[in-house]
Ligand binder design. Structure first.
Ligand code: MSP
Length: 678
């Protein structure tokens, strides 16, 4: 169980955001991710530098200021402040906030322009092309779709004028060599590397790097011709080195080559082509990685002001919390692919992953330690298969976590932590501390088993708290505080590669803790809807799950009221008691081949053996791996039925909300499999 050997420094950047737009979810995502990666590298013992800021020059900013009727400088000052405040509210801890109107930045840009000009890599000439103001760049014919910019859906403006041009083509071969041979992980994930190599298969054109002041004067003046200002991308990209006080700053020599640029998929070309060739021309070593993520969409498509579907991360944080927001965006988006943000999936993840799973582990383990051992962490001498299984899951989780963090499969890193959270909850149910506690005063074996159970619960929790700290700093700090475990220890362990089992010291007193993630209203409401028989009897718990639609079991006498009573919409108590409802625990879950709806579950109903096989139509709403360990309500006396050729020996209860989503009925994790529901 070791963390990767840490190189000593880590420098991460976000794009500097255009000040004609708000700090919306997409920008909040990149910035949050940079914060997560910074904290992760600090955990590994690396000295970190995190740069974000605002891109304040160029045509669209000048147009936006004009629209507001204020001078551009006043406009950019106001919006830069909005960004700072937004990141403060999201508790982003950057090292520096850079603005391209900073005098220091202007001087660095002028210095680089002069150097590249002096060495003959900038020439003056006629330049013409299709300019998209939204992208602030010329688009090639190949990039246009039906004559429009695919990102902004606007017809670019044809611009032809005398301008200064950067000999970008000169560096094409060196760039290809770098991406393919020198640093194969320069651009990641792979799909974006391939996209860039695709672009580089065509001859690279030189890059127009100026705008005549007569047309647009909101920019940095060229040091060698005062009639022109620098093209906004040539200016903006250089922020990444100004931020480290290039050329002479200590930070530049310390951090530059450990640099990871985080960007969205919209600005790959400027970062993967313009920027490295600019650096080559300026004689500056290249950065380490360009890491590209995809887009957040909404259920109604791309976020756009006109559709009114722009998600404001600040509102989400206010309604939930920083940690919930951070967890959701990092877990929900498959890194590199588009993700859909919806409050529905946010609530589902909140209730399933945080309230039910992590929240319960925290409250159960602390409560039981208090109830059975006065809050003192016991020593664990007893070691049986269940303990080995949990420890081996802990080992797998730690290895997977570091592997996925390193490969930037961020969502998977979190998934691997939740595999341990699940396993710890399952472990508790299997060791049944409440049963051991009945005899542990007189039976030394029961006492040893109870000590081991409590220790293993708490130690799993400690490990989880350390691993989630980059993602959920507040939650992690609370859990470590509950465990009386110092956060510095957590950090030190990762540095020395000792994240492993057994660091929690027996004898310390843990706190009682508090509920970290109370279940949210929405789900509560669903559950109530289900238990209210008058509202929608056709969608009640026994008929809602999709399994029922195709299952002959739905018509079994046990679940069906008599004809008279059914027509009256009521059943007698005797009829109700014919339905045997039991608590079940999901032991295994997998998709059913060729079925979009069905999951095949193995469910422990306290009957011994391997548990029952139950098919459930919840595949669209739950990932199999998120179900393992979960307690569910089961109709236990349904006549078995075959679905897709597989036998189903019962039915899992779920409720359907107004939008058609299915949500499993919540069962307290303290209830043992087989407990009767009535
Ligand atoms: N100013 C340039 C960047 C210059 S960097 C030297 C720019 N600014 S921007 O304000 O348009 O920001 C673009 C970035 O915002 C994307 O690359 C991405 O990081 C983030 N996002 C904007 N919308 C997004 C989504 N819908 N989803 C995810 N991230 C997106 O381009």
């Amino acid at each position: 169980m070791t963390s990767p050997t840490p190189p000593s420094t880590y420098y991460v950047t976000t794009p500097i955001y255009y000040v004609n737009g708000d700090p919306h979810l997409g920008r909040g995502y990149t910035t949050t991710l940079a914060d997560v990666l910074t904290r992760y590298h600090r955990l590994l013992g690396r000295e970190t530098f995190f740069l974000t800021g605002t891109d304040e020059h160029g045509e669209k900013i000048s147009q936006a200021a004009e629209k507001r009727g204020i001078p551009p400088q006043q406009f950019v000052d106001e919006v830069a402040e909005t960004y700072r405040k937004a990141w403060e509210t999201l508790r982003i801890e950057y090292s520096r906030f850079i603005r391209t109107t900073d005098p220091q930045h202007k001087a660095v840009v002028a210095g680089i322009l002069q150097k590249v000009y002096d060495q003959g890599d900038i020439y003056f000439g006629d330049y013409g092309g299709n300019y998209c103001v939204g992208c602030e760049r010329f688009l090639t014919d190949k990039e246009l779709v039906d004559g429009k910019c695919p990102d902004h859906q606007t017809v670019p403006q044809y611009v032809a004028e005398k301008n200064y041009v950067f000999r970008m083509s000169k560096y094409q071969d060196r760039l290809i060599e770098h991406i393919t041979k020198v640093a194969p992980d320069f651009i990641r994930p792979e799909r974006y590397k391939n996209e860039v190599l695709g672009l580089l298969r065509e001859p690279l054109e030189d890059l127009c790097i100026s705008r005549p002041k007569s047309r647009m004067d909101w920019g940095i003046e060229l040091p060698f011709d005062s009639n022109f200002v620098a093209y906004v991308w040539f200016d903006a990209l250089i922020n990444y080195i100004t931020g480290l006080d290039y050329p002479d700053g200590k930070n530049f020599s310390k951090f530059w080559t450990s640099c990871e640029h985080l960007i969205g998929k919209d600005i790959v070309k400027p970062h993967a082509v313009f920027w490295p060739t600019m650096l080559m021309a300026a004689g500056i070593p290249l950065f380490d990685h360009l890491t590209v993520h995809a887009y957040w969409l909404t259920p109604t498509g791309k976020m756009s002001k006109s559709l009114g579907n722009v998600v404001d991360p600040i509102q989400v944080v206010k309604e939930y919390s920083h940690d919930v927001f951070r967890y959701y965006i990092c877990r929900e988006m498959t890194f590199g692919l588009d993700g859909v943000f919806s409050f529905d999936t946010l609530d589902t993840r909140y209730n399933a992953d945080l309230a039910n799973n992590l929240g319960n582990l925290v409250s159960r383990s602390l409560a039981m330690t208090h109830k059975y051992r006065n809050g003192v962490v016991p020593a664990s001498a007893h070691h049986e298969d269940l303990e080995s299984d949990l420890q081996s899951q802990a080992k797998t989780t730690v290895a997977d976590y570091f592997r996925y963090m390193t490969s930037r499969e961020i969502h998977r890193a979190l998934e691997s932590v939740w595999a341990l959270v699940n396993a710890a909850n399952v472990y508790i149910d299997r060791t049944k501390p409440w049963t051991l506690a009945k005899t542990d005063a007189s039976d030394p074996a029961a006492k040893a088993a109870l000590d081991a159970s409590l220790y293993h619960q708490l130690e799993s929790l400690r490990l989880v708290a350390v691993l989630i700290s980059p993602f959920m700093p507040d939650t992690s700090a609370s859990i470590l505080r509950f465990l009386s475990y110092s956060p510095e220890n957590a950090q030190k362990e990762c540095v020395v590669g000792n994240t492993g089992w057994g660091r929690l010291q027996p004898g310390v007193t843990v706190e009682k803790g508090e509920a970290l993630f109370p279940r949210r209203e929405k789900t509560e409401k669903n559950v109530n809807e289900v238990s209210a028989p008058t509202t929608k009897p056709e969608q009640s718990a026994t008929t809602a799950p999709a399994t029922v639609a195709t299952a002959p079991v739905a018509a079994t006498p046990a679940a069906t009221p008599t004809a008279d009573a059914a027509s009256a919409g009521v059943i007698s108590i005797d009829e109700f008691f014919k339905v045997k409802l039991r608590v079940g625990q999901i032991l295994a879950a997998e998709k059913v081949a060729k079925s979009e709806k069905l999951l095949k579950l193995r469910v422990d109903l306290g009957e011994g053996g391997e548990g029952r096989q139950i098919l459930s139509g919840i595949a669209k709403y739950y990932q199999p791996e998120d179900l393992v360990g979960r307690k569910v309500a089961v109709v236990a006396n349904l006549q078995p039925a075959k679905l897709m050729g597989l036998e189903s020996q019962g039915m899992i209860l779920a409720a359907e909300d107004a939008t058609g989503n299915l949500e499993l009925i919540a069962i307290s994790p303290l209830l043992a499999p087989g407990a009767e529901i009535r």
